[in-house]
Design a protein around this ligand. Structure first.
Ligand SMILES: Cc1cc2nc3c(=O)[nH]c(=O)nc-3n(C[C@H](O)[C@H](O)[C@H](O)COP(=O)(O)O)c2cc1C
Length: 188
C-alpha cells in the first residue's frame, strides 16, 4: 500500500513484545493510554470495560502468582513486565443482556476489544512495548480481585513496558488483503 499515513505507520510499528527492560513506565504514559481507552466507542455507549493497572511490583507479582498457574504457567515470563493491566467487563449492563440474548452478539466483548486496542496503540505511540495475554487463569483473576463470576467477565491481560534494548520486531505475518477483503459480495 503506497498511501502515507501516520496511523498506518503506528499500526505497522505495533507488535507483541514479550521481553522487557527493567526501565519503569512513567505513570503519565499509562494515564495517556487509559485515556485513549476511555474514548473508545461501545454498544449503546455502555462502556463496560474496567482496567486494573498493576504497577506496584509486589501487587503485580501477587497477581502473576494468581493467574499464571498450572496450565497457564507458560505465560509466567510476563510477570517480568514492569506493568500488568487486567481488562474486564461488567456483565450487568442491560445492553449486554439484549445483545447476547436477542441479537446474539456479545457486545461487551467487542467493546472491550476496541478499548483494549486503543490502549495498546496509544502505548505503541508512547514508545512502550505491549502484549495482549489471553492465556491466563481468568477465574484466578476474579478470585484475586474478590469479584463474583456473574458480575464480571475477564477479557485479557496486557504486559506493558519498554522492550529489551536488543529487541528485534518480527515482520507481521498477515493474510494478503485480497484474501480477507471482498467488495460488494463474498465469493463462495
Ligand atoms: C486476544 C489476544 C490474546 C493473545 N494472547 C496471547 C498470549 O496469551 N500469549 C502471547 O504470547 N501472545 C498472545 N497474543 C499475541 C498474539 O500472539 C499476536 O498478536 C499475534 O501472533 C500477532 O503478532 P504481533 O502482535 O506481533 O503482530 C494475543 C493476542 C490477542 C489479540
Amino acid at each position: 500500500m503506497s498511501v502515507e499515513s501516520e496511523f498506518l505507520n503506528l499500526c505497522r510499528k505495533r507488535c507483541s513484545v514479550r521481553r522487557f527492560s527493567d526501565r519503569p513506565v512513567e505513570k503519565e504514559k499509562l494515564e495517556l493510554c487509559l485515556e485513549a481507552a476511555r474514548l473508545a466507542p461501545s454498544a449503546e455507549n455502555g462502556q463496560p470495560w474496567r482496567f486494573i493497572v498493576f504497577d506496584d511490583p509486589e501487587k503485580k507479582m501477587a497477581l502473576a502468582r494468581a493467574v499464571f498457574t498450572g496450565i497457564y504457567s507458560a505465560s509466567r515470563h510476563f510477570s517480568k513486565a514492569p506493568v500488568l493491566v487486567a481488562l474486564l467487563v461488567k456483565e450487568s449492563l442491560i445492553i449486554n443482556k439484549l445483545g447476547g440474548g436477542i441479537q446474539g452478539t456479545p457486545f461487551q466483548i467487542i467493546d472491550a476489544g476496541i478499548a483494549g486496542e486503543h490502549f495498546i496503540l496509544a502505548a505503541t505511540e508512547q514508545g512502550l512495548g505491549t502484549c495482549w495475554i489471553g492465556w491466563f487463569n481468568g477465574r484466578g483473576l476474579l478470585k484475586h480481585l474478590g469479584l463474583k463470576r456473574k458480575a464480571y467477565r475477564t477479557i485479557a491481560l496486557f504486559a506493558v513496558g519498554y522492550p529489551k534494548p536488543n529487541f528485534q520486531p518480527k515482520e507481521h505475518r498477515r493474510h494478503h488483503i485480497k484474501d480477507i477483503v471482498f467488495w460488494n459480495s463474498l465469493p463462495r
